[in-house]
Design a protein around this ligand. Structure first.
Ligand SMILES: [Fe+2]
Length: 169
């Protein structure tokens, strides 16, 4: 689609993040299953419920701008998920797997945080206060999810580090 205005960019980016969220809905159950740490697995499961709500919020935003809720392939999200799959395939130790999954999941959260931050700023400029409110609710959840993953990582990373030392010994 030709991008001729900030409205067009807003719509295009909305479609991008819609794709990303829907992809995450399909990916999180797999991450929850593969994570060996229970707290990490629970964090993935909890974020699945949240992500489903975020998809619904995006559908509301599409409605607010009078557009059909249609996703647009997001290469960035596909790439991030692919990298996570690579960790699952290659990890040879539970803690190393979990540390790698945490890193992949945080990269996804940071991507989403960047996207929502942009949409919020554009939404403000475009006079879409109701959409901005919904997007801000999601951004808050993404930041909280990222913070929770950081907390879990501070424990798991140490486990992964001592595993490497055992292997070297
Ligand atoms: Fe999300």
């Amino acid at each position: 689609m030709a991008l001729k205005s900030l409205d067009d960019l807003f719509h295009d980016t909305l479609r991008d993040v819609f794709y990303a969220e829907k992809k995450l809905v399909r990916t999180l159950p797999k991450l929850a299953k593969k994570a060996s740490d229970e707290e990490l697995s629970r964090a993935f499961t909890n974020h699945l419920a949240e992500t489903q709500k975020q998809v619904a919020r995006l559908e509301q935003v599409f409605e607010m701008i009078g557009k059909p809720a249609r996703a647009k392939k997001c290469e960035a999200m596909d790439g991030l998920v692919e990298e996570g799959d690579g960790v699952i395939e290659d990890a040879d130790d539970d803690a190393v797997l979990d540390a790698g999954l945490l890193a992949a999941a945080q990269a996804v959260e940071h991507y989403e945080i960047a996207r929502y931050g942009t949409l919020i700023e554009w939404g403000k400029l475009l006079g879409l206060p109701k959409a901005v409110k919904l997007l801000e609710a999601t951004l808050g959840e993404e930041k909280a999810a990222d913070g929770l993953l950081s907390n879990i990582a501070s424990r798991i990373n140490l486990l992964a580090k001592s595993q490497g030392q055992d292997a070297a010994a």
